[in-house]
Design a protein around this ligand. Structure first.
Ligand code: BGC
Length: 763
């Protein structure tokens, strides 16, 4: 009987092991189990958990085979490995052969989708719909989990106020309030309400101040005073932490001369002590070793010392911890308690994920999960929801499906490689995208069928000077610059195609690698000969629609004057071409809004709406803060975006116009669809504190809501202005507080909204 029972139990355990179904364990239980396990571990095994090794540069230590290291318990996590067979093989070594059977946590950058690729994160922020980003990241998480990845280096929540910085593409743009909403949504999408067997652990990055890189040059130093860290740069990080994010990633750069990866103030004082973070912190790739390159650590051993004592729990790929940490503990320089504090949350997360019970991937289900049609359906919806209509003179858009002849111009219009953006898991590490993405040209063909003739002129691919990081990984090369003859021919063809068409759709922007990591630009101009081809097509006088495919604002000053309709499509993802066609032909009414201020040209950067007032504000005639040669206002403001219908904002009212600092007021505003089509409005609430212990930004977003309205329909929206919205961190008091003052309150469609009310806050 006992034998039968134990056979049954073994069978149930094995079945559960493969199916991945397990009852979640509580955080307390995970904590107790982790503590018990920690007591059995040697110093070397503890250091092993703090080592994340690189799947592409195994073996880890020159003298040892990776398999041996896993068996010896010296590998806690592996990144950059997506071959599920190899994942299972290595996991078996850890679980079956290592002394304590601790499973490996496999990690990867599932930034905006696994096989089905969602729009770039900047685009998803442009939806101003945290719910839709949560749904996208939830699906991406399910895909990742099915493929054995239980930890993603997402969300990237760096505030980006400078469009020259290529990584602006990965975040939610320039605003801390919108950024915080998108950060929370992504954590919930990947992890759910709390960590459990269905979760993928989120990793909030890059902690912190990375987006403030000098000159917009990626990796360059950031100098950010504490008031700006507290009020702007740290806000989305704190929101993600409060949403329960299991891990954080330290940034690469120097923050105020102390590299983030060895920065005790960031990793311990703010993250652990002020916020009470209970998860673990991993470095960015090779960043522990790079503490020496920065000129902060004397040698690699000192780098390990400085990182671990600053509060950095896991070393990503630099091998500095596995080489030096045990020695530092044995010599008494680092206390074993410091290792325990680092290892405990790593083990807790592994327990909470159910990894000890279900460490393996079901290889038979990977492909069917990754190719689910519901993923593509959601992608198409998210992509269309993220698009921003920048200009639409004389109702140029939507186009009629009865059009007979269309000219499509631009190499990006049919570029499979670019439509999904830069971070594609299988595109980078799986030998090429397996999603069969729909380009814009293909999407137009799908929408219109054989009755419409489409004449396509690609022209040369946009040029860049150097190979990118991703070229190095995926073995590609930058396209060669076109010859003079090719340039002349492309321009002539663009003009001829436009002349023979009823409507021209020009697709211009940047190739995906141009806005990504290590991909800054000193100019926002359209790369290559795109501008010339555009002007040639426009010179025919034919109706022209410009579709932008890009990961950061580009210089569209000319187009904003001469082209009647401009649609920002971003890198819209796997179904991107179909989604662009949905919007161009009116099956979807665009409702996205800019999550960034769109500059005229790069000389205006950094540019952001929530700046302080100068002593001579810009609307005064003389001695204002300005350039001689270009406006210092954006071409398109933060929060801006048009619709095929129109909206009216009215009756802004506050439940209390006077209140004390501890109180809250309710803001109400009526929004009416005044046009003839159903459409989405995004109501935005901005405030300004007129005086106080510090100068406050001219405007700050403090509430938003995307709503769908039928023609003629009115909705009354409610927002709260209380402690969370009104407080700020004052450089004089070094504390958060709501101060007595007068506050301006605006409601409307973008950051220039004029509908105004006043709130008086007293002691
Ligand atoms: C990037 C991180 C990324 C890591 C792992 C680094 O180069 O800065 O954002 O998560 O690589 O791929």
């Amino acid at each position: 009987m006992k034998a039968i029972l134990s056979c049954t139990l073994l069978f149930l355990a094995l079945a559960a092991n493969i199916s991945g179904q397990t009852a979640p364990i509580t955080a307390d239980e995970a904590h107790h189990r982790a503590e018990a396990l920690l007591k059995q571990m040697t110093i070397e095994e503890k250091v092993g958990q703090m080592n994340q090794s690189s799947g592409i540069v195994m073996p880890l230590l020159a003298s040892e085979k990776p398999d041996n290291l896993i068996v010896q318990g010296k590998v806690g996590s592996i990144l950059w490995l997506i071959d599920v067979k190899e994942i299972n093989r290595l996991q078996h070594l850890a679980v079956d052969k290592s002394r304590l059977h601790i499973p490996i946590l496999f990690a990867f950058d599932v930034i905006h989708g696994y096989r089905t690729v969602f729009p770039i994160p900047l685009a998803m922020a442009a939806s101003w719909d945290p719910g839709v980003e949560e749904a996208a990241q939830h699906l991406a998480g399910e895909d990742a989990r099915a493929a054995g990845i239980r930890w993603t280096f997402t969300p990237m929540v760096d505030i980006a106020r400078d469009s020259r910085w290529g990584r602006i593409v990965e975040g939610a743009g320039e605003d801390p309030y919108l950024g915080a909403a998108m950060a929370r949504a992504q954590v919930r999408g990947f992890q759910g309400e709390s960590l459990g067997p269905d979760s993928v652990v989120a990793c909030v990055k890059h902690f912190a101040g990375y987006g403030a890189a000098e000159g917009g040059r990626d990796y360059d130093s950031s100098y950010v005073p504490e008031e700006l860290m507290q009020n702007v740069y740290l806000v989305p990080f704190h929101a993600a932490e409060q949403a329960g994010a299991g891990s954080f990633m330290s940034a690469y750069m120097d923050l105020n001369d102390v590299p983030a990866t060895g920065n005790h103030w960031l990793l311990t004082d703010v993250l652990r002590k002020q916020w009470g973070f209970k998860g673990f912190v991993v470095s960015d790739a090779w960043a522990v070793g790079a503490l020496q390159t920065h000129g902060y650590a004397k040698d690699p051993e000192d780098a390990a010392f400085k990182a671990v004592t600053a509060g950095l729990d896991m070393d990503m790929a630099s091998l500095t911890y596995p080489k030096y940490l045990a020695g530092l503990v044995h010599s008494g320089k680092v206390k074993e308690a410091q290792l325990d504090a680092a290892v405990l949350p790593i083990l807790e997360v592994k327990y909470e994920l159910g990894l000890f019970d279900h460490p393996y991937v079901d290889e038979s289900k990977v492909d069917s999960t990754l190719s689910r049609p519901e993923g593509r359906e959601l992608e198409r919806k998210v992509a269309a929801r993220s698009m921003v209509l920048l200009k639409n003179d004389k109702h140029t858009l939507p186009l009629a499906k009865s059009i007979k002849k269309i000219a499509v111009i631009g190499a990006l219009a049919d570029s499979v490689r670019d439509i999904e953006g830069g971070w594609t898991v299988e595109g980078l590490f799986g030998g090429g995208s397996k999603s069969n993405p729909v380009t814009i040209l293909a999407g137009l063909k799908n929408k219109l069928g054989p009755g419409t003739e489409i004449n396509y002129v690609a022209g040369p691919s946009p040029v860049r000077l150097f190979p990118s990081l991703f070229d190095a990984i995926s073995g590609t090369k930058p396209p060669p610059p076109p010859t003079d003859a090719e340039i002349a021919e492309s321009i002539a063809k663009a003009k001829a195609a436009a002349a023979g068409a009823d409507v021209v759709i020009a697709v211009v922007g940047e190739t995906a690698v141009m806005s990504s990591e290590s991909a800054s630009r000193a100019s926002m101009e359209l790369p290559g000969i795109q501008q010339q081809m555009l002007e040639a097509a426009a010179s025919t006088g034919k109706p022209l629609v410009l579709v932008l495919e890009n990961g950061r604002p580009v210089d569209v000053q000319w187009a904003s004057k001469h082209i009647p309709a401009i649609l920002e499509a971003w890198y819209p993802g796997t179904e991107g071409g179909n989604a662009v066609a949905d919007v161009l032909f009116g099956d979807v009414n665009p409702g996205g809004k800019l999550p960034i201020s769109w500059a005229h040209s790069a000389g205006e950067e950094p540019l952001y709406y929530n700046h302080n007032l100068t002593h001579e504000p810009e609307d005064r005639p003389n001695f204002t803060s300005r350039y001689w040669d270009v406006s210092s206002k954006p071409l398109y403001p933060f929060g801006y975006g048009l619709s095929y219908t129109s909206f009216k904002f009215d009756h802004l009212r506050l439940s209390k116009t006077t209140m004390t600092t501890g109180d809250a007021t309710e803001v109400q505003v009526d929004v009416t669809n005044t046009g003839k089509l159903a459409g989405d409005a995004v109501a935005q609430i901005y405030i300004h504190q007129r005086w106080g212990s510090a100068s406050r930004p001219v405007r700050q977003l403090k509430g938003f809501k995307r709503i769908a309205l039928q023609p003629g329909e009115t909705q009354t929206l409610k927002f709260t202005l209380g402690k969370d919205e009104l407080e700020f961190w004052s450089p004089q008091t070094k504390a958060w507080a709501v101060e007595p003052s007068t506050f301006d309150v605006w409601a409307g469609e973008d950051s220039t909204a004029s509908l105004h009310a006043e709130l008086s806050v007293t002691e």
